[in-house]
Design a protein around this ligand. Structure first.
Ligand code: C5P
Ligand code: ZN
Length: 462
């Protein structure tokens, strides 16, 4: 079944690759600003560079009407959209109907079709882009038919997948798994077994411990001196002899297992520990997969998508300042949320955070992801609203236990059709842009559409 899907994807990719290979004019690549989008852009960049095409690449936050209008002024004969486009084909052709268009995407496909638009989307082959393949994965399938050399960059499909949180308890599935096996065979990724703390290679260990969310360690959680004390108790020095902070990567196997046992004991962890220990994916540049995805997200969401591309292309290796700014912003926004709980409107089915101008629109998606996945969150459906220069940015997130029950991509499309705006995405993570002032109407309507039986986890009207 999956092999058949891959065959079918390949056949379509071959046809679309011909359009790219035979292009004699200028090419404009447009990609999404998150980690997956930057990885998709990287793969396309490498492929086009290999075959000597004349191309430019732009990183955008979303294909909103005004952004496509702006892009249409570019002097390009062929537009290639990666990790976006499938939900915006009608909008694309409002401005680009006289150009050749290629889309490689994993978001839900909109009905619209046109002769100038050539699309490679997993949903057309029975593969769900929510967790089976990333935008970078679909870009990779396309680029593999442009040049076989792209196999040397297969790991970017997995960084994209990690950025889009497609890994569950450290495991990839179906197409992502297939791509992982290819990366493994080509020596592009390594898997080690260990503590799945964030920042193994880049963060002081005491910080990883103090920010650990699952499980929270009493007296260490949010407490820097408590975290250092815990390391002292285990006779693991917080600083190395050269004065640098100790990272998890610096620990011996024996120290790491001592630390693991201590975390389990102190947090009285009794349930499934898969999220604490297991597979840790390491890239050839000595970064952990999720860590690298976070670095790319930091660049993209701070409007420095080109820096993210340079990082992937090996033209840049230090983005410490960007990472610091990213962490500070996230901490500031999370702090605001915890001090302004009254900004969350609780309805029958979901919780709705109306942040207005308190959270940057480029960060509302990240904040909603963090809040909805945090250990103490009980809400299975969450939406956030942040003001933007052209309306209100909406970001929705749904707990994976409602997979196959609730589809916010569909719900968002229905609501924006009624109240105006644009939106879409995946069934459990999607976004929209609506006018200022219609937030409450949006909330009323979507909460009705997302009515599910909270005891049985089924749609109420079934
Ligand atoms: O923006 P946010 O992070 O909330 O988006 C969640 C998912 O929905 C992302 O994969 C994003 O690309 C997608 N999306 C979309 N169309 C929109 C807004 C978001 O496909 N108009
Ligand atoms: Zn994506």
């Amino acid at each position: 079944m999956m092999n058949q899907a891959i065959e079918n994807i390949r056949d379509r990719a071959k046809k679309i690759a011909e359009i790219i290979k035979s292009e004699k004019g200028k090419i404009q690549v447009v990609t999404h600003h998150d980690a997956d989008g930057i990885c998709s852009g990287t793969i396309m960049y490498k492929a086009l560079e290999t075959i000597g095409k004349d191309f430019q690449i732009d990183v955008v936050r979303q294909l909103e009407d005004n952004i496509i209008q702006e892009l249409s002024s570019k002097d390009a004969d062929l537009f290639i959209f990666t990790d976006l486009g499938s939900g915006q084909k009608e909008n694309i052709n409002k401005y680009l109907s006289d150009r050749k268009v290629v889309i490689a995407d994993h978001h839900t496909v909109s009905e619209y079709s046109a002769e100038n638009i050539n699309e490679l989307n997993c949903h057309d082959f029975g593969i769900d882009g929510k967790d089976e393949v990333s935008g970078a994965g679909m870009t990779y399938f396309l680029c593999r038919e442009i040049t076989p050399k792209i196999c040397e960059s297969v790991e970017f499909t997995l960084i994209g997948a990690a950025g889009d949180t497609q890994k569950k308890n450290g495991q990839f599935k179906t197409i992502n798994k297939y791509l992982f096996e290819e990366a493994d065979r080509n020596g592009r990724i390594k898997v080690i077994n260990g503590l799945r703390l964030f920042g193994r290679f880049t963060r002081p260990l005491h910080k990883s411990l103090m920010y650990l969310d699952r499980p929270k360690i009493p007296n260490v959680n949010g407490n820097e001196s408590g975290a250092i004390q815990m390391m002292n108790d285990l006779e693991i020095p917080a600083k190395k002899t050269n004065g640098d902070w100790t990272r998890l990567h610096d620990l011996s196997k024996e120290e790491e297992s001592r630390l693991t046992i201590e975390i389990i004991l102190r947090s009285e962890l009794v349930d499934n520990k898969d999220y604490l220990t297991g597979n840790v994916y390491v890239l050839t540049n000595d970064h952990e997969l999720r860590e690298f995805a976070t670095m790319l997200n930091a660049c993209g969401r701070l409007g420095k998508g080109k820096d993210g591309l340079d990082l992937c292309l090996g033209k840049k290796d230090n983005i410490d300042d960007t990472l610091r700014e990213y962490r500070q912003k996230i901490a500031k926004y999370l702090n605001w949320v915890s001090r302004n709980k009254e900004s969350i409107i609780h309805k029958k089915n979901g919780a709705y955070l109306v942040a207005r101008d308190k959270i940057d629109e480029n960060f509302i998606g990240t904040i909603m992801s963090i809040i909805s996945k945090s250990a103490d969150n009980k809400m299975k459906i969450m939406f956030g609203f942040a003001n933007s220069d052209n309306g209100v940015k909406v970001s929705g997130r749904v707990d994976s236990s409602l997979d196959g029950i609730v589809d916010i991509d569909m719900a968002i499309r229905k609501v924006v059709e009624e109240i105006g705006g644009e939106g879409g995405g995946h069934s459990l993570a999607a976004g929209a842009k609506i006018a200022q002032g219609v937030e409450l109407e949006f909330i009323e309507k979507i909460d009705l559409l997302l009515d599910y039986d909270q005891k049985k986890n089924t749609l109420s009207n079934i």
